[in-house]
Ligand binder design. Structure first.
Ligand SMILES: [Zn+2]
Length: 332
């Protein structure tokens, strides 16, 4: 991570050819590469700034207010003349839960920023809109093998947590595993309320509704006393349709319609080993071409280079994938 300052002479902005959108490089302050990469993904999620701009706080603002500083950072990232678009946002986060000079987990930072943006938002309707933009609604169903009673537990997620296994993985395979029926036997027996005793059961996660922005978390870090990173290959498509969820949707699920797909527009990348890694991001604002943001250095990129983060032979590994729901009839 120490090489970032040597890259400061690189181009810090890149003007997208067909849209008025500046991909803005972000200086690495106190090892902020993780926040920088997540912030690039939020910046490419133009819907988020549109929602934040509906908020008009009446009682002034606090420099420690996360949604306020997030909105400022996203606005300033579009302002070529602004010298330090995310410096105040980082200071604000340092007042909260995160520490400078510490390696963070991008999925945790992603959740932290989204959760604080809702908790500290004074307008309930705007907070709900932020939630709805990312919220994946699921239902966990546990079926007692003896009395067949179905225990249902609804919950919601901001990212789909996908386990990856040794060997080669595909996104579709990881999603299938997440939604697969599991048998709970022996020590895993479930305490059935109706039988009033532990019974063998089946456990299944059903998708209830899918959001406009779907974040996929490839769980590359495994902790058995110490944190280990899985470099295994995980291939993922640039677009996919509802077929990928196979049978894992509940009846009447609010999923993708026949004429809709999910289109990849941001990838948060983790480079190197678990404890000494570095984060970067690929982003494709407005469905235009790909860009690669490595802290302050931004350069045009390609889908082929994004595919270089599948893992396996590569050190650079995709960690968070952000897909936008879109109509198959629209361009891009
Ligand atoms: Zn039972």
């Amino acid at each position: 991570m120490g090489s970032n300052y040597s890259k400061m002479t690189s181009r810090q902005y890149y003007r997208s050819a067909s849209f008025d959108y500046e991909v803005r490089g972000l200086l690495n302050y106190s090892l902020s590469c993780c926040v920088n990469a997540v912030l690039q993904s939020f910046s490419a999620t133009t819907e988020l700034l549109d929602i934040l701009n509906k908020w008009h706080p009446s009682d002034g603002t606090d420099e420690r207010n996360v949604p306020w500083q997030l909105r400022n950072a996203l606005e300033f990232m579009r302002d070529k003349s602004h010298p330090a678009p995310h410096e105040d946002f980082l200071k604000c986060l340092y007042h909260q839960a995160i520490r400078p000079f510490t390696q963070h987990d991008a999925d945790e930072i992603f959740h932290l920023i989204l959760n604080l943006s809702q908790e500290q938002m004074s307008d309930a309707a705007v907070a709900q809109e932020i939630r709805s933009l990312y919220e994946i609604k699921v239902e966990t169903q546990v079926v007692c093998s003896k009395c067949k009673f179905i225990h249902r537990a609804p919950s919601s997620l901001f990212s789909l947590p996908l386990a990856i296994c040794e060997g080669e993985n595909t996104l579709e395979g990881c999603i299938n595993s997440f939604l697969q029926l599991q048998k709970l036997r022996d020590s895993e027996k479930f305490n059935c309320e109706r039988c009033d005793e532990k019974q063998p059961s089946t456990h299944e996660v059903k998708l209830v509704s899918l959001p406009p922005i779907l974040c996929v978390h490839l769980k590359r870090f495994r902790n058995n006393g110490f944190t280990r990173k899985l470099f295994n290959k995980v291939t993922f498509p640039e677009t996919f349709s509802n077929d990928i969820f196979a049978a894992g949707q509940s009846e009447n699920a609010d999923g993708l319609k026949a004429d809709e797909c999910y289109s990849l527009y941001a990838v948060v990348v983790h480079i190197g080993p678990a404890m000494f890694g570095h984060y970067t991001a690929f982003i494709r604002p407005n469905q235009d071409r790909w860009y690669y943001a490595d802290d302050s250095c931004v350069q045009p990129s390609t889908w082929a280079k994004v595919q270089g983060t599948y893992g396996g032979a590569y050190r650079d590994t995709a960690y968070l994938l952000l897909y936008r729901k879109k109509s198959l009839n629209s361009s891009g």
